[in-house]
Write a protein that binds this ligand. Structure first.
Ligand SMILES: [Zn+2]
Length: 164
């Protein structure tokens, strides 16, 4: 389902990017509380994909696309995730707890690739995406529902692996 959400943009003293399209793909039966993927189009011009919709115990939230933070092995300069205990290239043991900490003293393991930069735009994005999710969920329970098409290899690969 493609949804035009240009009418949900709040009218305020500041300008927020217009979300012109949201696509949601529902996900069922994963252990990590992932309940859907979303992609959003901004101003009819830029798409952000790979947004995860998480149904956590404290409620639903949105996780922006992120990449794993890596560093270099001191021995061979191979690239490893900061949480890796051994180098994937040379097998050397790597220092523990070498990830940088965020301002709440938690290790930084991922970095968002694209994200809202303030609280009001975060709320606006999250609300629009969660509303689209609820709508997709409702639609999925109606007869003749056709799941959203994502012209994206990753999703196909992901769906295939989930079918095992
Ligand atoms: Zn190495």
């Amino acid at each position: 389902m493609r949804r035009d959400v240009s009418d949900v943009a709040p009218t305020g003293a500041y300008y927020l990017l217009n979300i012109t399209e949201i696509r949601v793909k529902l996900v069922h039966g994963t252990s990590d509380k992932l309940c859907g993927f979303a992609s959003i189009t901004l101003e009819g011009a830029i798409v952000i994909r790979d947004i995860k919709i998480i149904c956590g115990e404290g409620g639903m939230f949105v996780a922006m696309p992120s990449r794993k933070l890596c560093d270099r092995c001191p021995r061979c300069s191979g690239k490893n995730h900061v949480r890796s205990r051994y180098c994937g290239d040379c097998g050397s043991r790597l220092a523990r707890d070498r990830a940088h900490q965020d301002d709440r003293a938690r290790p930084r393991l991922y970095a968002d690739i694209a994200h809202p930069i303030n609280q009001s735009s975060r709320k606006y994005f999250e609300r629009a995406i969660l509303d689209a999710y609820e709508e997709e969920l409702k639609a999925s329970k109606t007869e003749g529902y056709v799941a959203t098409e994502f012209d994206d290899m990753d999703y196909h690969a992901w769906s295939a692996s989930m079918a095992d």
